[in-house]
Ligand binder design. Structure first.
Ligand code: ATP
Length: 206
């Protein structure tokens, strides 16, 4: 999947969060969207994933053979973000079943492999509302990484993770990001150190 931004801007009421972004994201590359708290990283990610419309400019998605409509881009992407909720009343088992009704497993993965990856074998029937914040974060990441989509979008991927969790996240990057277009919103170097391309929101304020 390739994404092309042509003079993209987004405002809330009268306040422009960013303006005039001309940029191309390419399949197989990893990008970090960087900036201070409140600068507009999540807003840009939401524009990129089709959940917010741009206030100016044009966004184009192309899978290498054809253009994809913005309203259909959600089928091609996996997202992990603080504002993306898991279903608290579901058990782990139900959450995994539910998620993979809409997405295919990455090659070699199935429900057992996802549970093994989470290291939560004893928690199949535990309700997600009883998970710790770190366990919930691991679940969101595992669902995103293990879904067979060309686009992987991660907003603050290591929030609520301890040192071990951060190493685990980096191992998922190694194992599951190859060949995908990966876009990460972050202001923590350990989350995006492997990204070769950086987009600084501060460059698009005027
Ligand atoms: N729905 C909304 N209505 C009005 N303003 C909004 C809305 N969503 C975001 N904003 C504003 O847009 C700006 C950018 O917010 P955004 O969440 O994109 O920043 P961020 O860089 O991701 O921040 P953080 O690092 O704290 O997560 C902030 O000033 C925020 O208050």
């Amino acid at each position: 999947m390739n994404i092309t931004l042509n003079k993209i801007g987004r405002r809330f009421n009268r306040e422009w969060i960013f303006k005039n972004i001309d940029y191309s994201f390419h399949q197989g590359e990893s990008y970090a969207i960087l900036g201070a708290n409140g600068s507009g990283k999540s807003t840009l990610l939401q524009v990129l994933n089709g959940s917010l419309t741009p206030s100016a400019g044009k966004i184009t998605y192309n899978d290498g053979t054809a253009e994809i409509e913005a309203e259909n881009i959600h089928r091609h992407l996996s997202l992990s973000a603080p504002y993306l909720e898991v279903i608290e009343d579901f058990s782990l088992n139900e959450m995994i079943n539910f998620h993979f009704k809409f997405k295919l497993y990455k090659a070699g993965m199935d429900k057992q492999a996802v549970t093994d990856l989470l290291n939560l074998q004893g928690s199949h029937n535990k309700q997600i509302k009883h998970f710790s914040s770190g366990m919930k974060q691991r679940l969101k990441l595992a669902l995103a990484f293990c879904s067979d989509t060309p686009l992987l979008m991660l907003d603050e991927p290591t929030s609520n993770l301890d040192t071990q969790g951060i190493d685990w996240y980096l191992s998922l990057i190694e194992q599951f990001s190859s060949g995908r277009l990966t876009i990460i919103c972050s202001n923590q170097q350990h989350e995006y150190g492997f990204c070769k391309k950086h987009i600084s929101i501060a460059d698009y304020k005027s």
